[in-house]
Design a protein around this ligand. Structure first.
Ligand SMILES: Nc1ncnc2c1ncn2[C@@H]1O[C@H](COP(=O)(O)OP(=O)(O)O)[C@@H](O)[C@H]1O
Ligand SMILES: [Mg+2]
Length: 530
């Protein structure tokens, strides 16, 4: 799209108009590729340098005449090789048009009106007749004729160059506008993208990687597997995947697979027929049917039984399933977004999770980083939750003192964002009339967090495997720091091979740069110290 109005305001264009107007009494007009006048509407009175134009084209009949001439002459301009085109505007007076070509495409022209090509002592009688059609008296016609400048052949080049410059300037401006607009569009898209994730706080590199991945998959309808620890925001991510997908206007249904036993889960997912089991008093639709056309978020997918895995595989393969107590085969077009905090890959190796199902689910994999790996988000997140809690309770937002913030940095947040959210809610309530949150107000486990090499908050409940992994990660992390990333030495200390250590470093994302970033250097001041 050409922005013709903008051309009127280009400094160079105005200047050239002025020069051409003063020197030659020639006026400059813009015409689009269809030969339509631009920036000059019928009924509009314009200031013209040229007396003839001032007396004619400002009238309706004159405008129509001009429009007709321009449209007729435009036919000569569309040819790619035309550099300029001279034509007779009225008997004995001429005009010249310069095509505007953008990316070898004719988009319109700059038209210069009007001048005598040859000395014009005598008024051309045909000119006078033509002027009468515009209600110009013969004497006024004669005055107009005399005011039209004779452009000498040597001046023509000069004049032509000036006018041609206008055309070129427009091409440049147009390109500039297009790139500017592409850029604005890009920024808009980015902003739009960010906006879709507006509920997600975090600008750390690991989160940006997540946003970028979400951007990339937003037009896709593939199955997604979201992996990350508890409370890292998996459900939030599942929602934003749905709400930025082509299915955003359809339903998003979450189901926690760990919350049901096998029988119940089957009936929840696939529905059941009346009387198929005790308590099945009527037919009931399952999630796969209810979410047809939308997204089904299957949380804690790592917890489903082998029998359920088979049933799930079937529906993932061809979209078919049967409600409990029925032999009917139903079809569904559900998009699956699954999540788990378990290490599905090792579960596959151990044989507790079907490999074929794993591959079906793992088409797109989103890894959500734990909070301890993106502590640069801690400040943003805690501010966010403090503000949110304050708003909910109609209070002024609390401020964390520097020392409280330091404690929070030292703490390793096994419960991730959810734990942080709860903690910020707790301290807001606890603070009472106090606006500053001091380190003493924090929960003991956080308050007592130190950066000393010891393993903190190892969980005493939950899966033994998860706890062991947590311990392993913490030991390796501290060991790396202590040995200054001397992997051979650390491997020896830990009693494992160097290759084994490197694999574990990879697995836990303990690369040097990442650790350096979360290394808890000087913290921004969030209040006076306590
Ligand atoms: N990046 C984030 N920004 C703001 N709030 C978040 C973020 N990630 C998670 N939360 C909040 O933390 C809590 C836990 O998130 P959730 O998606 O339920 O985690 P998960 O499903 O991984 O256990 C929710 O209240 C959620 O709104
Ligand atoms: Mg969850």
């Amino acid at each position: 799209m050409i922005k013709w109005e903008e051309f009127e305001h280009i400094h160079v264009v105005r200047k050239i108009r002025e020069v051409v107007g003063n020197w030659f009494q020639v006026d400059i007009l813009f015409v689009d590729d269809q030969g339509r006048l631009k920036n000059f509407e019928k009924g509009q009175k314009r200031l013209w340098s040229n007396t003839l134009l001032a007396n004619t084209v400002n009238t309706e009949a004159g405008y129509d005449y001009l429009a007709q001439v321009i449209e007729r002459e435009n036919a000569h301009l569309v040819r790619a090789d035309v550099k300029h085109h001279e034509f007779e505007f009225m008997p004995g007076c001429h005009g010249m048009a310069f095509p505007i070509v953008v990316d070898s495409e004719y988009v319109g022209a700059v038209v210069a009106l009007c001048y005598h090509k040859a000395p014009s002592p005598q008024v051309d009688p045909r000119f006078v007749t033509q002027c009468e059609a515009f209600r110009l008296s013969p004497s006024d016609a004669e005055k107009a004729w005399r005011a039209i400048k004779h452009v000498q052949p040597q001046e023509t080049t000069y004049f032509r160059e000036l006018t041609d410059l206008v055309a070129q300037e427009i091409v440049t401006l147009h390109k500039e506008i297009s790139t500017r607009e592409t850029r604005i569009q890009e920024l808009n898209n980015q902003l739009g993208g960010r906006f879709r994730y507006d509920q997600m706080i975090g600008k750390s590199k690991p989160m940006q990687d997540v946003y970028n991945l979400l951007d990339k998959i937003s037009s896709s309808e593939s199955t997604v597997m979201i992996q990350g620890e508890n409370g890292t925001g998996k459900e939030l991510i599942a929602k934003s995947i749905h709400y930025s997908s082509p299915r955003k206007d359809r339903v998003f249904l979450p189901i926690n697979c760990a919350a049901f036993n096998d029988n119940l889960l089957e009936s929840e997912l696939f529905g059941h027929m009346k009387g198929s089991f005790t308590g099945a008093v009527k037919d009931r639709k399952g999630y796969f049917e209810l979410a047809d056309g939308g997204t089904l978020f299957m949380d804690e997918i790592g917890d489903i039984s082998p029998a359920m895995q088979v049933k799930l595989l079937r529906v993932l393969q061809d979209g078919s399933f049967s409600p409990v107590g029925s032999t009917d085969v139903k079809k569904t077009k559900v998009r699956i977004v699954a999540a788990t905090n378990r290490d599905l890959k090792s579960m596959v190796e151990e044989g507790s999770f079907r490999q074929d199902l794993y591959f079906r689910l793992n088409v797109i994999n989103v890894q959500v980083p734990p909070l301890r790996d993106r502590k640069e988000d801690l400040m943003l997140l805690s501010d966010h939750f403090l503000a949110k809690t304050a708003k909910d309770k109609g209070l002024e937002p609390r401020i964390l003192t520097k020392r409280a913030m330091e404690k929070m940095f030292d703490y390793h947040w096994p419960g991730n964002i959810r734990e942080l959210e709860n903690e910020m809610e707790r301290v807001t309530v606890l603070a009472g009339a106090e606006t500053r949150i001091t380190a003493e107000m924090l929960s003991p486990r956080i308050r007592e967090a130190t950066d000393r090499p010891k393993v903190q908050g190892t969980r005493l409940s939950g899966k033994l495997k998860d706890a062991l992994e947590e311990l392993e990660r913490a030991m390796i992390r501290e060991g790396l720091r202590r040995t200054g990333w001397n992997k051979s030495r650390l491997a020896k200390e830990l009693g494992i091979s160097r290759a084994g250590l490197i694999m574990k470093v990879e697995k836990y994302g303990l690369d040097k740069r990442r650790l350096a970033r979360e290394g808890g250097g000087p913290l921004g001041s969030t209040g006076t110290d306590d």
